[in-house]
Design a binder for this molecule. Structure first.
Ligand code: B1M
Length: 211
């Protein structure tokens, strides 16, 4: 593994924002691609953080600092992951469902969709069904992209779809879902229009809705 890539990996594991940001700058200077930095160091390290949490070696504070360090690295990579798009090809409302505070995957989905030419209306985390509906009404977005990282909060996805039904908007908006515990079968079961296992495929699914 390249030294800078290793530094970023360790920086995320240690939750050290400075180590991650200087590592990302160094890797970019060494011509490591943004995608390689993201996948080989940041996402791989975050997977290990999750394993350490499961093993009882890390606790919530360690998750928090690791997430902060990863977000810092993502900020630097964002302009490189986002292609220049003059006119947005459509609008997407993104958000993590009610009760769920995880936002790194959702942010990555937003970055890849922005790179594909969409305008992103990011509702943040812990987004209630009513707030999703309101955001679509206000923005006229064609796509809703919901994220959930907890098995408990996945249950708020069908509630959000129901809220669009009740608001009479279900036929005017495409709803897609994703997040670690979410599956294609689950998407079908709850009547979502689409599912993607990762951020780059999420952008492709959104594109298929507007093309
Ligand atoms: Co939490 N957490 N966490 N956590 N956390 C997980 C998710 C967990 C799997 C850890 C574990 O036990 N191994 C576990 C969930 C278990 C479960 O339900 N199955 C868990 C738990 C239990 C909890 C708490 C309950 C812990 C506690 O308090 N006791 C608590 C819940 C808080 C809440 O939400 N109400 C909690 C809190 C937190 C922090 C706040 C400390 C922090 C989040 C900070 C933040 O996001 N700003 C945190 C973190 C960092 C994690 C792990 C370690 C990393 C998540 C992450 O960012 N991954 C996570 C373990 C893990 O995932 N291995 C864990 C990197 C990110 C790029 O991947 O988000 O999966 P991900 O996104 C992927 C795909 O899923 C997909 O694309 C991305 C990749 O390209 N994707 C989509 C995501 N959204 C999509 C939408 C799409 C399509 C694809 O279309 C719309």
């Amino acid at each position: 593994m390249d030294a800078a890539v290793k530094q970023i990996y360790q920086g995320v594991l240690d939750g050290d924002l400075d180590v991650v940001t200087t590592g990302v700058q160094a890797a970019l200077e060494e011509k490591v691609t943004a995608e390689a930095i993201l996948k080989q160091s940041m996402m791989a390290a975050m997977a290990e953080v999750g394993q350490l949490f499961e093993d009882g070696e890390y606790f919530v504070p360690e998750l928090l600092v690791a997430a902060r360090a990863m977000q810092g690295g993502l900020e630097i990579l964002k302009p490189l992951l986002v292609a220049e798009a003059v006119e947005p090809i459509g609008k997407v409302v993104t958000g993590t469902v009610k009760g769920d505070l995880h936002d790194i995957g959702k942010n990555l989905v937003g970055i890849m969709m922005e790179g594909a030419g969409f305008e992103i209306i990011d509702m943040g985390t812990d987004v209630s069904p009513e707030k999703f509906v309101e955001a679509v009404k206000e923005s006229g977005a064609q796509v809703v992209a919901m994220s959930a990282l907890l098995t408990t909060t996945m249950a708020n996805m069908p509630d959000t779809i129901k809220a669009f039904d009740e608001a009479g908007l279900r036929d005017t908006v495409k709803i897609m879902i994703g997040g670690a515990p979410v599956t294609e079968d689950y998407a079908k079961k709850i009547g979502a229009d689409g599912y993607a296992p990762d951020a780059s495929q999420a952008a492709k699914v959104a594109l298929s809705f507007v093309s």
